[in-house]
Ligand binder design. Structure first.
Ligand code: NAP
Ligand code: G4F
Length: 326
């Protein structure tokens, strides 16, 4: 039986990846950071919490990573842990650098010391393209990050490349464009919108305050994207891959799709609030996933309309359930 260790298992992608690997017959181990409140709700939502071996640890504490690698004896290590919210990275730039950036070196060092044969996946991001240097971004497009988060991720990306080249570690980097789901954190714009749609529809909210709705993103479904992570580690050679849909949409049009799901007009509810504008913006992201299609035979399966409909439906159920309980 193959063994996988996932950091960030309590996050959106960690939960879907764990589910995917369990279905493939893996023994799944997850690094769980100590929190004062429950962080297992996503694993419970997917009904896989009893099937995961949780190991307490933190990517800023290398000793805990060494311990996790020894306990799990993992064949594959997926590093999904991060302070992943771009907005917060201006408020906590040092923490973001330590967790999202240096955390990657901690785990690569732990692999080098405990089991250099383990295959490694790094969760890189389209946010590294930032101020885009090419209209459609691929693996060769130069990076120009626009947030402390993007800068930290760029360090994580290059240290992954460096350990691959220096120590022959099977280390791959997935440059994933935005991907969403009903398990997305509420602070990210798609989920903020679908939650608001559900609340407005059920009379619990009257308006939705947003920032720059002209920004454009290449949005896919997280459930599709975790397969690409696994496929990268099944290749003979490690490499970097852009994972995206190849379509870009404004926040405004995404809102229109989401409100349409319940027969509402988004223009009646959206209020622009400068509080949600960022010190520097990534205006547009659009990925070219051709290499992943060619080498991994991977492509996105879920359209933005299907994704929004899935998220709105899940939030409607959740808001109705919460209303019954109160
Ligand atoms: P997420 O929901 O924010 O999950 C992040 C995970 O990291 C959580 O499990 C969190 O634990 C954990 N974590 C945070 N600080 C940690 C620490 N110091 N030590 C150990 N674990 C820690 O993010 P996601 O959307 O699943 O994304 C997964 C990864 O892909 C992240 O690295 C993200 O930056 C990257 N990425 C995401 C996207 C996207 O569109 N979703 C696109 C490109 C790249 P708690 O829950 O306990 O805080
Ligand atoms: O949903 P967002 O916060 O995602 P963002 O900044 O693109 O980052 C996400 O995707 C990255 C991949 O490119 C990941 F690496 C990262 O971890 C994260 O998962 O914001 C999307 C866009 C931005 O342009 C933002 O300015 O939506 C705009 N926006 C407008 N109003 C808003 C809001 N974003 C949020 N979160 N909240 C608003 O009220």
């Amino acid at each position: 039986m193959k063994k996988a260790l996932i950091t960030g298992i309590t996050g959106q992608d960690g939960a879907y990846l764990a589910q995917f690997l369990i279905e493939k017959g893996y023994a799944v181990y997850g690094l769980q950071a100590r929190r004062s409140t429950d962080s297992l709700w996503r694993l419970q939502f997917l009904e896989i919490n009893d099937e995961i071996n949780l190991i307490e640890g933190d990517v800023t504490d290398m000793s805990s990573l060494i311990r996790a690698l020894k306990i799990s004896d993992a064949d594959e290590v997926y590093n999904l842990a991060a302070q992943s919210f771009v907005g917060s990275s201006w408020d906590q730039p040092v923490l973001t650098a330590q967790v999202t950036g240096v955390g990657v070196t901690n785990i690569l060092e732990a692999i080098r010391l405990v089991n250099p044969e383990a295959k490694f996946y790094q969760a890189s991001t389209s946010e590294m393209f930032g101020y885009i240097q090419k209209s459609k971004q691929d693996e060769l497009t130069p990076f120009y990050p626009r947030s402390p988060y993007g800068v930290a991720k760029l360090y994580g990306h290059w240290i992954t490349v460096n350990y691959r080249e220096s120590f022959k570690i099977h280390a791959s980097s997935g440059i994933l464009f935005n991907h969403e789901s009903p398990l997305r954190g509420i602070e990210f714009v798609t989920r903020k919108v679908t939650d608001a749609v559900a609340r407005i529809k059920q009379g619990k909210q009257t308006e939705l305050r947003l920032g720059n709705i002209d920004a454009k993103r290449d949005w896919g479904f997280a459930g599709d994207y975790v397969e690409a992570m696994w496929l990268m580690l099944q290749q003979d050679q490690p490499d970097d891959y852009v994972i995206a849909t190849g379509q870009t949409t404004t926040v405004r049009d995404m809102c229109q799709i989401a409100f349409n799901c319940v027969g509402l007009n988004y223009e009646d509810y959206i209020v622009i609030d400068s509080k949600y504008y960022r010190p520097a913006e990534v205006d547009i992201l659009l990925g070219d996933p051709s290499k992943a299609k060619k080498n991994l035979e991977w492509e996105a399966k879920t359209s933005l309309k299907e994704l929004m409909s899935m998220m709105v439906e899940a939030d409607i159920k959740r808001v109705a359930y919460e209303s019954k309980r109160t």
